[in-house]
Design a protein around this ligand. Sequence first.
Ligand code: ATP
Ligand code: MG
Length: 424
Amino acid sequence: MNPISAPRGTRDVYPPESAHWIRLEGDCRDIARRFGYGEIRTPIFEATELFARGVGETTDIVEKEMYTFTDKGDRSMTLRPELTAGIVRAVLEHKLFAQGPQRLYALGPFFRYERPQAGRYRQAHQLSVECFGVAGADADAEVIQIAALLLARYGIADAALNLNSVGDSVCRPRYRAALLDHFRPHADALSADSQRRLERNPLRILDSKDEKDRPFVETAPLMIDLLCDDCRAHFDTLRRYLDALGIAYTINPRIVRGLDYYTRTVFEFVSSVLGAQSTVCGGGRYDGLVEELGGPPTPGVGFGLGLERFLMVVEKLAGEHAPVRRGIQAIALGDAARDRLMPVVGKLRETSGEPTFADWQDRKLTAHFKAADRNGARWALILGDDELAKEEIVLRDLLAREDRRLPMAGPAAEVARTLVEATT
Ligand code: ATP
Ligand code: MG
């Protein structure tokens, strides 16, 4: 029988790589907590209509990338292609807006039917950060600082913050008209997607990755030149706040982001080490989204940060680092030694914060040392007949390659305490 492989565009994560995931998720939670953001968990599938309305009918995501299925009750369901729409749905359903501004984050998988390549998967994971109910640019600066701190914590200095404004319901219609004037004369030369989107949503053309569109996109008018007074003021205030926080940025009038719901601020953190899939984090303000999903008019701002891409940057920048060795490999040579060592290992696992590895099978010492290397153990604890007779145990420092003999007399708890002291 042929073995079954994982679906295309998905990845299994297992040790030692999973340790990087645990650490990154822990850092996401820690930084969110420092800003007063609470975790929200929502289902990974929702009614298809939620994404059609929330992400936008003419976006790549909704037109091409969604995993949609009909369930046994004949309802159209979709695996979430991003986290924000589900979060808004939940916040509305539980009437959380009645309690004032909501600062929330979520960690988890999202699904897009894309062509798999480095940094692009069909199941990927995001940190999604959302601040609802604050209209001022202080909230934009706040969420940007969350992403900036996470990058800084991993020493990712090369990620550049690109900033733009895509206007609001006052100035965007003017921009739309300007775009139509610009693209219409070249309609026949545009890609099929862009031709189709021209009349419905010309802004989407700006986000096209098709080579055919590029010359026309490059010469298109810029939203930033057409901002209304309020949008201009919002943008200027955000720039002031970022300067005050010491967060460097570049104004990039070309970024529009792939989701329809953005208003005013849009931003991306881009890393040069990632190649084609260079965006680690993308976000912006979405003042119309909550209303679009049936809620009261509520401003919002947030971002999605791709965990796979984040870890790729970390790995590329770190290069080949020797992994940190930690914990103890317990080695018993013979039945009597095993009986004596097992309760000590039990106590170590109860009381020490570091891992204790043990393989109780009857094996040669060299095999045990191999296991210690595989486990990344810092210490080996060796008990054989010799040591048993002397009521001693050998503690080997696997980094310094030094042996110490420690007393093995007394109850297991006492021996474990001596060992914890000797190894910290
Ligand atoms: P891209 O332009 O690379 O397709 P996007 O604009 O579609 O990105 P968003 O919808 O803003 O991306 O998602 C936020 C973040 O999630 C991205 O910045 C990226 O880090 C990550 N991401 C998006 N799509 C994928 C994917 N298919 N595989 C892995 N990570 C992804
Ligand atoms: Mg995309």
